[in-house]
Design a protein around this ligand. Structure first.
Ligand code: FA5
Length: 340
């Protein structure tokens, strides 16, 4: 009996280090302590032993030893599992960037920055202007008096207090002339609003970028040079444009600068209203009445102005067929611009 107890003790001690998971631990517990296990077998064998008391004591000691060792091993395994969990868990880091889709710049923002960079390099300052303006800035200071038919070209949202939502960025011309005087080179991007029915190339809320250059001896050649430079730098290649006469009361002469439709290549499509051309950047020599209203000496200075359709420029640059996608808030389409 004594030898058998010693042998079981040895075999258990040898097995113990290999018990690295709950399953093997349980298997050994059943083998040694179970109803039909080695300890139960020893207890049965007691009947044939003369010194039952000593043998019983030895069996009990072995049983206690095995129970204690298995319990301790069980605890070790449990705390090792917790430690492994802690180790594998991500450490808290207050400066970590969240693991989710980051936002992206709106294509209009990207186009605006690109055009701004081109004009900044050519010495233009960038001005900001309000979206809610008065009748004076939006029309009267631009040689468009009350009841002038040119007002009909821009369906205006009027506010109850008599102010209005800026229909074009030209509304800032007068105040910028008064702010800086001449000579002057400035661009001013901004959101414009018109109560128009929308289609693939018309929105009721869109962006323009106005530009003005006033100095001595400014002529149409300067205007054409700056327009060409801006377009070739923004598109990084030659784009087909055409210049045709256009009427705006605040310029004389006035032009419409159209871009060959980049969506259909000029064949005609909904994006260009099937004409193959898109009105992009009307421009002209600033009317002397407008210069005078802005406090500029018309004997000494002349200037040009343009009103670039920024949203349409973004359409052409990025191949967006429908202008309404820009204000759609659809992440499916807008998030595509993050890598541009
Ligand atoms: C004007 O707004 C003049 N203020 C432009 C100007 C400035 C002329 C300085 C001369 C000197 P027009 O209404 O055509 O012009 O608009 C200018 C450009 O804005 C258009 O060529 C077009 O590209 C864009 N645009 C006009 N209406 C819309 C619209 N509803 N949706 C999207 N883009 C528009």
């Amino acid at each position: 009996m004594k030898e058998r107890i010693e042998e079981l003790k040895r075999s258990f001690t040898e097995k113990l280090p290999s018990l690295t998971d709950k399953e093997s631990l349980e298997a050994v517990r059943i083998a040694y302590l179970g109803k039909k296990g080695y300890i139960a077998e020893l207890m049965k064998g007691l009947r044939d032993v003369s010194d039952k008391k000593t043998a019983g004591q030895l069996i009990n000691d072995l049983k206690n030893e095995i129970e204690g060792a298995l319990g301790a091993r069980d605890e070790e395994l449990a705390s090792a599992a917790i430690e492994a969990q802690i180790r594998s868990a991500k450490k808290y880091n207050p400066t970590l960037i969240p693991e989710r889709e980051l936002g992206s710049y709106h294509p209009i923002t990207l186009a605006t920055r690109e055009v701004e960079a081109v004009f900044e390099r050519m010495g233009f300052t960038i001005e900001n202007y309000a979206e809610i303006v008065g009748d004076y800035e939006c029309f009267e200071a631009l040689n468009i008096p009350k009841h002038h038919p040119a007002r009909d070209m821009q369906d205006t949202y009027y506010l109850d207090n008599g102010q209005l939502l800026k229909t074009h960025t030209s509304a800032a011309q007068n105040s910028i002339m008064k702010k800086y005087g001449a000579p002057l080179r400035a661009i001013f991007p901004g959101r414009c609003f018109r109560n128009e029915s929308t289609d693939a190339c018309h929105e009721n809320t869109f962006f323009q970028m106005e530009g003005m250059m006033i100095d001595e001896n400014i002529s149409i050649s300067n205007l054409i040079y700056f327009m060409k430079t801006m377009l070739s730098e923004v598109f990084n290649r030659d784009v087909k444009v055409r210049l045709r006469p256009g009427f705006f009361p605040f310029v004389e002469p006035g032009f419409e600068l159209d871009i060959n439709c980049e969506i259909c290549g000029g064949d005609g499509c909904p994006s260009c209203k099937n004409s193959g051309w898109l009105e992009l950047c009307p421009c002209g020599m600033i009317h002397p009445a407008v210069l005078r209203e802005g406090g500029i000496d018309t004997e000494k200075y002349t200037g040009f102005a343009f009103g670039l359709g920024l949203t349409r420029l973004a359409m052409m640059k990025y191949g967006v067929k429908d202008i309404r996608d820009f204000n759609s808030g659809s992440l499916k389409s807008l998030s595509q611009f993050k890598s541009i």
